[in-house]
Structure formats: structure tokens, C-alpha cells
Design a protein around this ligand. Structure first.
Ligand code: NAP
Length: 362
């Protein structure tokens, strides 16, 4: 059989990944030590894909019951994923999660509407490629990556995840995995809401709800960078945080009158409900109400209303990470926990500021 140089490279990198996986399985790397030491009493769960001698167990958080939300998260052992065509397997170093995932059908059923529980939530990751699937191009075993995984597949609150290579971007060596995992959903939602759906231009005004939060803080910084006039909103305690992220003014949603803002070109809504409804009336003619919390309940009289779910985009991820490297964009990380403590971290008893990141590997 004659192989082209490219096919030989592919075979070598695939084999390297497989060897690494087998070495882990036989206890030759720290990964196995962590599993046996760190997970002293994992919850047992009947897997829907039976573990065989050939499968390698990994630690993961699963959900099985939509009604109980994050309280139903459980730390278990699941089989390590295999790379399908065009996939890579990533050894997850850090993982992010947004609670609305648990309200989306894709967390509970596959694309044919079949039950896929127990499913692993979390769709943001930063880590290292450990294996390549057949036909995968653009990434190599050992490469640092970050990105957003498919909503309908098992996610990133796990030691390993299989993800299509196109959903990932290289993570520069000078950026921490924790930072990388905090960027995909917040950064891409902000980018896509402002520039694709909202078509924001320099000199326009934007009302950013929840501007101290994970998405809102990214929206505030990116809007300011392109030369927009930024009005950030939030709770009274968030005033200084919002101004520090670059908003020109702050509106305290609990004490100020939202309508005093006047007309704006763009509203970026991360809150919805009554705030979303009242915001529709603030859109100037030709402006846009962008929502990431479901279809707006009210529409601008003479403008667009858009709701969207963030999608992965390698070029946009690269734009976002470059801004973090050169200091134009700050992440908004609140709490960093281990995978063993993730369930408690996602069920806090007190108000938490910023994004919770799970550091899966130390
Ligand atoms: N469609 C998508 O693709 C997409 C992508 C990302 C996120 N999301 C969703 O967007 C929402 C925001 O996400 P996030 O990660 O930015 O959350 P976050 O970090 O909790 O930020 C939300 C901010 O809004 C504030 N807030 C909420 N309700 C408020 C109210 N009534 N008055 C004043 N302030 C209020 C929050 O304060 P408190 O913490 O005090 O409530 C927080 O500072 C979530 O529902 C998330 O699931 C959707």
C-alpha cells in the first residue's frame, strides 16, 4: 500500500494519540493516578453505553433529570469518548458551563429526538488534543486548543471530550487554560450578537443588560472597542464593575428608570422578562433588539428583534483570544473549582460574580 506524505503524517499522529490513550489506561501517566486517588467514592450510574474491557473510564459530571436543574448534576465514571470522523479527542484542562444548557432539548435528546441521558453538560473547553479521528485536518496531537462543543453531544465537564476539529481554535501558549475555557460562549455570544446580528457601527449607542456578567462584560468591552456609546445595566452593587469594563454610564435596574435611557441603536438582552419587554420600546428606528435568552416577548416598533444561540467559529475565537493576549479584552472569571467540587460550584448558596470555571486538570 502506498501512502502519500500527508497520509503518513496523519497515521503517525493518530497512532501517537492512541498510544497515549492506551498508556493512560494502563496507568503510565498522571491521569490514571488522579482517577484512582481523586475519585474515592464516585456515584455509580448505569451507563447507556456499556463499559467493556476496551473502554477506558474517566470522571465526568452527568445530568439525567431536566426538572431538577443543576441540583441533579452527579459526578460519575463514564467511558472515554472515541474520535469520530473529523473529530479530535481533547484532554480537558478547563471547562465552562451556562445553566440554560439544561433547558435546551439538545442536552436531553439527540438530533433524532432519542433520549441521550445520562448526558455530560458543559460545552466550553480549553485543553490538549490527545487523538485525531479519521479525516481530521488542521489540528495535531499535543496541540493546545479551546472552543465550543456540539450541543447535542456529550460535553466538557469531563476529563476527555470528542469534538469536531472545526469547532476549536489554537490556544496560544501564553494563555492559561482557565482563561481559554472562559471565552468561547461569552466571547462568541458577544461577538455574534454585536457584529453579526446587531450590525453595530462606530458612533452608535448600545444598551447592554447584565453588563457585569459573563456575557455582558464581553459585550461592553467589544462595543466600546469599536467606538460605540455603551450604557451598561445591572444591580446596584455592579455599578463600579460595569464602569470598569468600559461602559460610559451605568443604569441600576433596581433603582433607576430604564426608560430614562432614551433611544438606542442596539439592545443586547441577557435578562429577558419585563426588562426585555420594556427594552423593545427603547430601540430607535432601524435598530435591533438582540436577545440570548429566548425569543423577545416584545418587538421594536420600527426595528428588528433577533434571538440566537451562539455557534462555534474558529476565526472569531482567534479574534477574541488575540484581544485577550494584547490586553484589549478582560475575562470575567468568578470562581474556579475542581471537577470533584463542580456540583457544589454550580449550586452556590450565595450570589457569585463572573463565570464559574472548572479546572479539570490541575
Ligand atoms: N443564547 C445563547 O447562546 C447564550 C449564550 C450565553 C449565555 N446565555 C444566557 O444568557 C444569560 C446570561 O448569561 P451570563 O453567563 O452572562 O450570566 P451571568 O454571568 O449570571 O450574567 C448575568 C448578569 O445579569 C444580572 N441580572 C440578571 N437579572 C437581573 C435583573 N433582573 N436586574 C439586574 N441585573 C440582573 C446578573 O446579576 P445576578 O447574578 O445578581 O442575577 C448578572 O450580573 C443566561 O441566561 C445564559 O444562560 C445564552
Amino acid at each position: 500500500m502506498h501512502l502519500t506524505p500527508r497520509e503518513v503524517d496523519k497515521l503517525i499522529s493518530f497512532t501517537t494519540g492512541e498510544v497515549a490513550r492506551r498508556r493512560r489506561a494502563s496507568g503510565l501517566t498522571p491521569n490514571h493516578d488522579e482517577m484512582s486517588n481523586g475519585l474515592s467514592n464516585p456515584a455509580t450510574f448505569p451507563p447507556n453505553r456499556h463499559m467493556t474491557e476496551a473502554t477506558i473510564p474517566m470522571k465526568a459530571i452527568v445530568v439525567t433529570d431536566q426538572a431538577v436543574g443543576t441540583a441533579g448534576m452527579t459526578l460519575v465514571e463514564r467511558p472515554e469518548p472515541q474520535a469520530a470522523i473529523n473529530d479530535v479527542v481533547v484532554q480537558v484542562h478547563a471547562s465552562g458551563f451556562v445553566p440554560t444548557e439544561l433547558a435546551w432539548p439538545s442536552t436531553w435528546t439527540d438530533r433524532l429526538d432519542r433520549d441521550r441521558t445520562p448526558s455530560i453538560p458543559g460545552h466550553e473547553l480549553a485543553g490538549v488534543v490527545s487523538a485525531l479521528g479519521y479525516g481530521t485536518t488542521g489540528l495535531s496531537v499535543g496541540q493546545r486548543v479551546f472552543g465550543l462543543t456540539d450541543w447535542s453531544r456529550d460535553g466538557t465537564l469531563a476529563e476527555y471530550v470528542a469534538v469536531e476539529a472545526r469547532n476549536l481554535a489554537p490556544l496560544p501558549g501564553d494563555l492559561d487554560f482557565t482563561v481559554g475555557a472562559s471565552l468561547p460562549i461569552s466571547g462568541l455570544a458577544a461577538w455574534q450578537g454585536l457584529f453579526e446580528h446587531g450590525r453595530l457601527q462606530a458612533g452608535q449607542s448600545v444598551l447592554v443588560h447584565g453588563a457585569a456578567g459573563a456575557v455582558g462584560s464581553m459585550v461592553t468591552q467589544l462595543a466600546r472597542e469599536v467606538g460605540a456609546y455603551v450604557i451598561g445595566t445591572g444591580r446596584a452593587a455592579d455599578r463600579q464593575t460595569v464602569l470598569d469594563f468600559g461602559a460610559h454610564v451605568f443604569v441600576d435596574l433596581e433603582n433607576d428608570v430604564l426608560e430614562d435611557v432614551g433611544g438606542v441603536h442596539l439592545v443586547f438582552d441577557v435578562i429577558g422578562g419585563d426588562i426585555g419587554k420594556r427594552s423593545a420600546g427603547l430601540i430607535r428606528a432601524g435598530g435591533t433588539l438582540v436577545s440570548i435568552v429566548g425569543p423577545p416577548e416584545a418587538r421594536p416598533a420600527d426595528g428588528l428583534a433577533v434571538d440566537f444561540v451562539v455557534a462555534s467559529d474558529r476565526a472569531q475565537l482567534s479574534q477574541i483570544v488575540q484581544r485577550v493576549r494584547d490586553g484589549r479584552l478582560r475575562t470575567n472569571i468568578g470562581n474556579v473549582s475542581t471537577l470533584d467540587d463542580a456540583v457544589a460550584a454550580f449550586n452556590p448558596t450565595a450570589r457569585r460574580k463572573g463565570k464559574t470555571i472548572i479546572r479539570v486538570r490541575p
